[in-house]
Design a protein around this ligand. Structure first.
Ligand code: NAD
Length: 344
């Protein structure tokens, strides 16, 4: 199957998307839609794209386009996806699937109605250490897992502190660090440990100044139905610290430690620590975006279920929303007590 693809949005994350799409065997052509003329032209030139337009609707109106790949601010994921389904296209969305569960629902329903596929790119599922850790968990190597810790120590101060930038804004991003990079921690933990019972969170804007911006620092506790307790600590304001992501999983028989730098995966049992060999691409994050897109295009071409479904994308957004709920109300949010299973 050969697909004509439209990439919508030519910002930071669109670069690894373009590289992966251009190298993919299922892609026949790639076009870009981006309203900022300078950004659009530089992008088209860099990747040798013949077709670069300001208005994505021009590409949606073209019956030859099969698939759109959304690399847009969060508030545009849902409306542009709905227009794309109405135009008969398949859709891949960057994370988070959308800002709210309701938007995710609307996207899922529109895809079903149009008979088209909706995919979300949860690229960290494709980290080699994550794939191997999942296998080890399933093989019972940790015994009974009971605790997980994920820290994302990042710096998005510049974009978050700019009141005109969508990053971290309540209205355009749907929240701050939690809905943005925190979504990676949420979907990873659900991938490892299944359904969440309750979320307790303290989400704060501690450093960035504009009032329209949401949490720049966050502490979340997740209680999983299977008995695992997980703690997530996030910052977007580690100004003088290199970006760092660490994931620690503890069980009755040992622990696993996943990093973004070598060694990527360590297994500890008793007093012994062993480095588990996994593939070590030099640029893990952009590489994993390529892996994620290759997987989704394969699923589209061969009509297969992806590793991550749109419903799972919705579930991660639901957890983020539950965290905002918990923080706002100063209470533990029990997910199963809510009337509609898709609401928090
Ligand atoms: N997977 C990851 O690790 C990762 C990392 C960064 C960002 N992201 C996600 O990628 C998405 C985009 O983030 P980004 O950092 O690239 O943002 P960005 O602000 O750098 O880029 C967004 C681009 O969209 C363009 N745009 C705005 N309105 C448009 C429209 N109507 N039509 C076409 N283009 C339009 C903007 O001009 C801008 O160039 C977000 O969902 C974000 O959460 C994912």
């Amino acid at each position: 199957m050969k697909l004509n693809v439209a990439l919508i949005g030519a910002g930071g994350i669109a670069h690894p998307h373009a590289q992966a799409l251009l190298a993919n065997e299922h892609v026949a052509s790639l076009a870009i839609a981006e309203p900022q003329a300078e950004v659009r032209e530089a992008f088209a030139q860099r990747y040798g794209l013949q077709r670069a337009v300001a208005d994505y609707r021009e590409l949606l109106a073209d019956p030859a386009i099969d698939l759109v790949d959304l690399c847009l601010p969060h508030d545009l994921h849902c409306p542009v996806a709905l227009e794309a389904f109405a135009a008969g296209k398949h859709v891949i969305s960057e994370k988070p699937l959308a800002r709210t569960v309701e938007e995710c629902e609307a996207m899922i329903e529109a895809a079903e109605k149009a008979g088209r596929r909706l995919f979300v790119s949860h690229n960290q599922l494709f980290f080699p250490a994550v794939r191997r850790a999942k296998e080890m968990l399933e093989a019972g190597v940790l015994g009974r897992p009971f605790l997980a810790l994920i820290n994302i120590i990042g710096n998005e101060f510049g974009r978050m502190n700019d009141p005109t930038h969508w990053k971290g804004s309540w209205d355009r991003a749907g929240g701050g660090v939690t809905i943005d990079t925190g979504i990676h921690a949420l979907y990873l933990l659900e991938h490892f440990f299944g359904e969440v019972e309750a979320v307790t969170a303290v989400l704060r804007r501690l450093v960035v100044e504009p009032d329209n911006k949401a949490d720049d620092n966050a502490a979340l506790t997740l209680e999983f139905k299977g008995g695992v307790l997980a703690n997530i600590v996030l910052t977007y304001t580690a100004l003088a610290h290199p970006w760092e992501e660490r994931r620690h999983l503890y069980g009755t028989e040992g622990s696993l430690h996943l990093a973004d730098v070598e060694p990527y995966l360590q297994h500890t049992r008793g007093t012994a620590t062993e480095v588990i060999p996994v593939a070590s691409p030099p640029h893990l994050h952009p590489w994993s975006i390529g892996q994620s897109l290759n997987h989704l295009l394969d699923c589209l071409a061969h009509d297969r279920e992806p590793l991550i479904t749109a419903e799972q994308g919705r579930s991660a957004v639901r957890l983020a929303q539950a965290a905002y709920h918990s923080s706002r109300e100063g209470r533990r949010v029990v997910l199963r007590q809510l009337g509609n299973p898709h609401q928090c």
